[in-house]
Design a protein around this ligand. Structure first.
Ligand SMILES: *Cc1c(COP(=O)(O)O)cnc(C)c1O
Length: 351
């Protein structure tokens, strides 16, 4: 089969590789021991992210999963209940870390990656009850990955966080793809993060840096997070190597996320043209496409294998549900070609 030497990799926006310019920024970064607070590049990045998210302070962490784990440690106690959207990253994609590290249980509510303040209030368990686990945290994922990169409605997030605060419940924004939500909605990251006690953002997804997430919040909460980062083994040394890539990405790779969103929409429209593929087009709001193989189409593992043979990499979520993600290392032409190939496979033979 004829295809370019490198495949069109739509498995995730984490597959993006640092550009030559980003590598130059990394090479030139002044560094120091971050555990003494002496890495000037990570300090600068933390200040920038705190300002961008409208919070007092921010803390660099090696991964988004650790940001989520540290947030749980900082905001809950073992035995507490945490309310999240159905199919959230915290429940599906962190190997059970919340139970192992923070000892919390999750209550999943809502549909398609979002929920309402009424659903939150109905699921909240009060403190001091003889049998209920107390709800001490509500977590919102924006954009929501497994629901197809949907943007959480901001007015609802404000109502939920306001109600939470009124009941002494903390709020946490899992904003690994908050940049996508900001670019697509026209709202600033600070506006999106404003209702929340703590917010996380990732540098290693659509922004194209090799690693790193940050937590932002009050000085007091970030102070707590420093301890739990160390406890989880995430306190590092010359982190400026990573932070320099993050600073480069913030300057050069945020506005261009609009291209990824346009590419995802074009793929979505092409997939929707096939009777063998079910996709909720209004749900394609950013750079993620989640679609279902209809009756008569091969199953998701088969589509993954056949697409790979034709130079397209995609991800199977369930036996019939698939995900494709656009990012800075795939062009509009490559996305159009990938969409054609996926439709041909969906409409091709079953076995
Ligand atoms: C990717 C992701 C994370 C975890 O980030 P890693 O750096 O892969 O650990 C957390 N939350 C959401 C919503 C994500 O998409």
């Amino acid at each position: 089969m004829q295809h370019p030497s490198s495949p069109i990799d739509l498995r995730s926006d984490t597959v993006t590789r640092p550009s030559q310019e980003m590598r130059a920024a990394i090479a030139a970064a002044p560094v120091g021991d971050d555990q003494y607070g002496e890495d000037p590049t990570v300090n600068l990045l933390q200040e920038k992210i705190a300002a961008l998210l409208g919070k007092e302070a921010a803390l660099w962490l090696p991964s988004g999963t650790m940001a989520n784990q540290v947030a749980l440690r900082a905001l809950t106690r073992p035995g507490d209940d945490v309310i999240v959207s159905r199919e959230s990253h915290a429940v599906w994609h962190e190997t059970g870390a919340a139970g192992a590290n923070a000892g919390v249980q999750f209550t999943e509510i809502g549909a398609r990656g979002t929920f309402t303040v009424e659903e939150f209030l109905a699921a909240r368990k009060p403190p001091g009850h003889v049998i209920y686990p107390p709800t001490t945290l509500v977590e919102i994922e924006n954009t929501q990955n497994r629901a197809g990169g949907v943007i959480f409605p901001q007015d609802e997030a404000e109502r939920i966080c306001g109600a939470a605060r009124g009941h002494g419940v903390f709020s946490f924004l899992d904003g690994a793809r908050l940049w996508n939500a900001a670019v697509a909605s026209g709202r600033s990251p600070a506006e999106l993060a404003a209702p929340f006690d703590l917010a996380s953002v990732a540098l290693s997804k659509g922004l194209g840096a090799p690693g790193g997430s940050l937590l932002a919040g009050s000085r007091e909460l970030i102070g707590r997070a420093v301890r739990y980062r160390r406890m989880l083994g995430g306190a590092m040394r010359q982190v400026g190597i990573f932070a320099a890539a993050g600073l480069y990405a913030l300057e050069h790779n945020v506005a261009r996320l609009a291209d990824d969103h346009a590419n995802a929409r074009k793929i979505g429209e092409r997939l929707a043209s096939s009777k063998r593929i079910d996709i909720d087009l209004p749900g394609v709001q950013t750079n993620i496409l989640v679609f279902t193989l209809a009756a008569g189409a091969p199953d998701a593992p088969t589509v993954v294998i056949r697409a790979r043979e034709r130079g397209v990499l995609v991800f199977a979520f369930t036996p019939r549900m698939m995900r494709a993600v656009t990012h800075l290392d795939v062009s509009a032409d490559q996305c159009a070609r990938a969409a054609d190939i996926l439709v041909e496979i969906a409409e091709g033979p079953l076995a």
